[in-house]
Design a protein around this ligand. Structure first.
Ligand SMILES: Cc1cc2nc3c(=O)[nH]c(=O)nc-3n(C[C@H](O)[C@H](O)[C@H](O)COP(=O)(O)O)c2cc1C
Length: 180
């Protein structure tokens, strides 16, 4: 199973639009189940001091971990650039789930990273930082990390990805990811 994580809790995010595209595309390329976990769609009842206690942790967060993290062998992180890095809520989410079944959640798994930005850097710095953290957790990162810049020029009015060069780059990345 592959889980795609839209890595911000900002409502109607560009990250979720790109993550949905990735889900459809990837599902058309593999028999494996491909699931989408959008942080903007989940409950936020786990941001409190008890988040570090396995016994007191939010049951909704635990259910998400059981559904989307533990059974996954691979992850795709679609990561918007926030202030030159990745969104803090993603690190908070990783920290929160890391206190329960750490090894089974992360160790030996694989990930692809996609950076999206309205600016020109495509979140290169955020993907670099996230790679270090994922490696620390025991997750191997696909070398082809895809920076997508100036995203507003790549989408139509309905939010569909219409830029052919970007679609081709995503095809290449996903082909490599399935062989990874
Ligand atoms: C808090 C915040 C900080 C941002 N900082 C940057 C930035 O440093 N560089 C950049 O190119 N875009 C920045 N953006 C724009 C996002 O990268 C852009 O909207 C992103 O590609 C899609 O974000 P979304 O998933 O929240 O819609 C920022 C957006 C927010 C909400």
């Amino acid at each position: 199973m592959i889980t795609i994580i839209a890595s911000t809790n900002r409502k109607k995010s560009g990250a979720k639009q790109f993550a949905s595209y990735y889900q459809q595309k990837l599902q058309s390329m593999t028999q494996e189940e491909v699931h989408l976990l959008a942080l903007e769609d989940i409950a936020h009842d786990w941001f409190h001091p008890d988040m570090y206690s396995p016994e007191k942790q939010s049951p909704t967060l635990r259910a998400l971990q059981e559904q989307f993290i533990l059974p996954a062998s691979k992850f795709v992180f679609v990561v918007p650039e926030y202030n030159g890095g990745f969104p803090g809520v993603l690190k908070l989410f990783i920290d929160a789930i890391s206190i329960y079944k750490y090894r089974d959640s992360f160790q030996g798994k694989k990930a692809a990273l996609v950076g999206i930005a309205t600016g020109r850097a495509g979140n290169l710095r955020g993907m670099e930082h996230l790679t270090g953290i994922l490696n620390h957790l025991g997750i191997i990162v696909l070398p082809n990390r895809l920076p997508i810049s100036s995203i507003e020029k790549l989408l139509d009015a309905q939010g569909q990805l219409i830029d052919q060069a970007t679609r081709a780059a995503i095809d290449t990345q996903l082909s490599e990811f399935l062989l990874f």
